[in-house]
Design a protein around this ligand. Structure first.
Ligand code: NAD
Length: 247
């Protein structure tokens, strides 16, 4: 129960779905959690859930595409809790499902890239600056199994998640001797509001296990990457995909 006792973690996109489950799991394991989201209602709800369980959390509203807001999110975490041990960069958006590369609209491509890859990079940049000062830290970027394989009709999302995996590997190598580990978590279809928005798709039928993943299953993987149990793991893409990428 106390695998993250005294640790300070920051989770982006923690007002919904996977991020909410991750924030709750890390708090359950003793971490003080800075819940970050652009959606204040969802973020405050996550904080209430964590506090109702007798654990510690605070909300910070930030849009991860804005440099000043990602800087402020790290500064606020350090001001409130003293340091930053773990950052889970989870906030992200889906692309319009079904568009081929040539059908994809420029504004949709830019929206997905701006949030998923530029936003993740901005978060990492500010987190790493703090972790360098401390000479320690762990970053987990929530990419996707679609950061390792392609699917037709979802190219901007797939490209953005491949880019997160690339960013993760570079940051891991740049920081390997600095006490900082950087890994990517790659889930397959997980039952969240994001998946619910893709109407008309039987996601369970697309999965080797015949079911989608549960947010708690992803949270367990993120917990392992945040904990000392993964102390020799960096630059890794951890597939939590029910076997999807094995096909
Ligand atoms: P979700 O839509 O339920 O939650 C995403 C959260 O991110 C929301 O609370 C939203 O407000 C927040 N967010 C979006 N844009 C933001 C911004 N600019 N700044 C700050 N916060 C922002 O989605 P989810 O399914 O929980 O997805 C979480 C992450 O997991 C995403 O990166 C997604 O790509 C990834 N993922 C999801 C699945 C899946 O099947 N659900 C599979 C693989 C990877």
């Amino acid at each position: 129960m106390d695998r993250l006792k005294e640790k300070v973690v920051l989770v982006t996109g923690a007002g919904s779905g996977i991020g909410q489950a991750v924030a709750r799991k890390l708090a359950e394991e003793g971490a003080k959690v800075m819940v970050v989201d652009i959606n204040a209602k969802g973020g405050e709800q996550t904080v209430s859930m964590i506090k109702a369980a007798g654990k510690e959390a605070a909300f910070f509203k930030a849009d991860i595409t804005q440099a000043v807001e990602t800087e402020a999110m790290v500064l606020k975490t350090v001001e409130q809790y003293g340091h930053l041990d773990c950052a889970v960069n989870n906030a992200g958006v889906e692309a319009k499902l079904g568009d081929t590369v040539e059908q994809t609209q420029e504004k949709d491509f830019e929206r997905v890239m701006n949030i998923n890859i530029k936003g993740t990079w901005l978060c990492m940049k500010n987190e790493l600056l703090q972790m360098h000062r401390q000479e320690s830290g762990v970053i987990v970027n929530v990419a996707s199994v679609l950061g390792t394989i392609g699917v037709p009709g979802f190219s901007s999302y797939v490209a953005s998640k491949h880019a997160i995996v690339g960013l993760t590997k570079c940051a891991a190598l740049e920081n390997a001797t600095k006490g900082i580990r950087v890994n990517a978590m790659c889930p397959a279809a997980v039952q969240t509001p994001m998946l619910d928005r893709a109407e008309g798709v039987d996601w369970s039928a697309t999965q080797p296990m015949g079911r989608t993943g549960r947010v708690e299953e992803v949270a367990n993987g993120v917990l392992w990457l945040c904990s000392e149990e993964s102390s020799f793991t960096t630059g890794h893409t951890l597939l939590l995909d029910g076997g999807w990428a094995a096909g």
